[in-house]
Design a protein around this ligand. Sequence first.
Ligand code: SF4
Ligand code: SF4
Length: 210
Amino acid sequence: MFKILKQVSDYAKTSWQSAKYIGQGLSVTFDHLGRRPVTVQYPYEKVIPSERYRGRIHFEFDKCISCEVCVRVCPINLPVVDWEFEKVGKKKQKKLKHYSIDFGVCIFCGNCVEYCPTNCISMTEDYELASFDRHELNYDNVAMGRLPYKVTQDPMVTPLREFGYLPKGVTDPHDLPKGSLRAGCYPQDILEELEREKEENQDEQEASKN
Ligand code: SF4
Ligand code: SF4
């Protein structure tokens, strides 16, 4: 008799717990029923990459001096700088023949861009590098010389603000009211603020000296 009562009690307990968990799951579902979808309909809609996004590298052949600094600062010595000596009068100087980076291996750390003395390489906002053959990701100087289409300038694409750039409390990047300000500051605003603070500190230090 006692055994049967225990079985009934366990069954009732398990049923109650199951009903509770189903209710919890459905409460999330019902909560979302009243919200608008925030799904980005790629490739018809694309999120605008942030200002300092490190995407595929752009290369300007004419500005490269074949110094190979980019190779030395690269954690995996990735850029291939193919150059030869060329005689100019009595002197010899480097002449760039080919330049390439394998984006299937690159970790997009940006070191090469940071240290290049002539700024001939730069990070772009291009993140669409999917390919069926990884060897196609080995870009030569011609492929790297192409600038990508900006998300904001592509007439085929509806640009959407990244979540970090939406106004405070907004999670849906669709149909934002015109002129709505984003929650954070632009890098330029932060730099100006820092500059102002620096000047104020200098003024205070000078005032305390006098
Ligand atoms: S660091 Fe810049 S200039 Fe020097 S080889 Fe690399 S890309 Fe060319
Ligand atoms: S981004 Fe980094 S990993 Fe890629 S080539 Fe430049 S230094 Fe090397």
